[in-house]
Design a binder for this molecule. Structure first.
Ligand SMILES: Cc1cc2nc3c(=O)[nH]c(=O)nc-3n(C[C@H](O)[C@H](O)[C@H](O)COP(=O)(O)OP(=O)(O)OC[C@H]3O[C@@H](n4cnc5c(N)ncnc54)[C@H](O)[C@@H]3O)c2cc1C
Ligand code: FES
Length: 327
């Protein structure tokens, strides 16, 4: 048993309980979503005590040095004194919906104008708020090229946020976001041999940004993008990606269909999961920069396989679209 002092009041933390769960058990209202360290919506600041390294993973170095940490994955050895972040430190912004467009039956594209210039890299994510509801969405837009922030939202059956965005939010509405966050963006690395991007469903959002960012920065080595969906109707941005392929000979696009037999494939499409198609195209990935986004299981499996095929963990940038915790 150890102690958590939050905003000056002390609470007993049970063994094996996270700091977040301890606060919630004591009736304290704190923001959170994924409860797995992926979304950063719960980030707080420590003022005294030792934070285990896993609770600061993926935070910026400046944030780590200020004692920011993720209480949802934090089980400290000893006592902790912590405080909540104010809106400024949470990087909260107001945005206006300027375009709402369905890219297929289940994917909504939202374009948003930010009330102040937002510094971000294509592929990072923001947290979007609807009252107490918080969900993360990746930035598909490319700063300097796209005027608006662009999100691709997959409608999830019974999904609280995705259905609200698809059905209720209107052009002209104001929304609150926080961010940008995350490390899933193009990094220039010495000696890299290529860039492999693998995504499923709306996992194309960050990859659409990352690939265009790399090309805009003059990346000349091969770029392979494998985007997966069940059928051709579930894909999107096919024409846009084909145009990008024509304009850049080093870029190859592989639309992958998991539920379509090879004999029934539309022209130019591939049968199978995007990760399988990716490694069939590129069996060795040492010194390749790898981007993995979308379904958490696919991202996890592909990360392990990429590592076994020679990729360094520091070259693998993964954003599993972990759903919010239902606890
Ligand atoms: C870093 C990060 C980036 C993300 N980027 C994007 C993005 O760019 N685009 C995007 O569409 N989503 C993205 N997500 C996922 C997003 O944050 C939400 O989890 C998603 O929109 C579902 O929220 P919801 O409120 O509609 O559903 P909820 O109300 O949270 O869930 C309703 C039910 O559906 C289940 N569920 C949740 N997601 C799925 C799913 N994908 N498939 C099947 N069942 C599901 C839940 O377990 C629950 O039972 C990202 C997540 C993370 C952590
Ligand atoms: S990172 Fe803590 S709730 Fe998502």
């Amino acid at each position: 048993m150890s102690k958590v002092v939050y905003q000056g009041r002390s609470y007993e933390r049970q063994d094996d309980e996270t700091v977040l769960r301890c606060l919630l058990r004591n009736g304290i209202h704190v923001p959170y979503s994924c409860e797995s360290g992926a979304c950063q919506s719960c980030v707080m600041q420590v003022t005294s005590g030792e934070i285990p390294p896993n609770a600061q993973e993926d935070l910026k170095e400046t944030q780590k040095s200020l004692g920011y940490f993720k209480p949802c994955v934090c089980k400290p050895e000893g006592d902790l004194e912590i405080i909540a972040l104010d809106d400024a430190h949470k990087q909260k912004h107001q945005v206006t919906v300027v375009e709402k467009c369905f890219l297929n039956d289940e994917i909504l594209r939202l374009r948003l104008a930010c009330d102040e210039p937002l510094e971000y890299r294509a592929g990072q994510f923001i947290n979007l708020f609807n009252g107490d509801l918080i969900r993360s969405y990746s930035l598909a837009s490319l700063p300097g090229s796209d005027e608006m922030l662009e999100l691709h939202i997959k409608r999830v059956p019974t999904g609280a946020m995705s259905n609200w965005l698809c059905d209720d939010v209107q052009v002209g509405d104001q929304l609150s976001i926080a961010g940008p966050m995350g490390e899933c963006f193009y990094h220039e690395v010495d000696g890299e041999k290529g860039l492999l991007a693998v995504g499923s469903g709306s996992g194309l959002a960050p990859l659409w940004g990352v690939v265009r960012d790399a090309l805009a920065q003059g990346f000349e080595k091969p770029i392979i993008l494998c985007h997966g969906a069940m059928s051709a109707e579930n894909l999107y941005y096919v024409d846009e990606l084909r145009r990008l392929e024509k304009a850049h000979p080093n870029f190859s696009y592989f639309p992958c269909l998991s539920d379509v037999e090879a004999s029934e494939l539309p022209a130019g499409m591939f049968s199978g999961y995007p990760n399988d198609v990716a490694f069939a195209q590129q069996p060795t990935v040492a010194k390749w920069q790898i981007f993995l986004c979308g379904h958490p299981e696919m991202v996890d499996q592909t990360k392990r396989k990429a590592f076994l095929l020679g990729a360094s963990l520091t070259d693998i940038h993964a954003d599993p679209f972990v759903p919010a915790s239902s606890a």
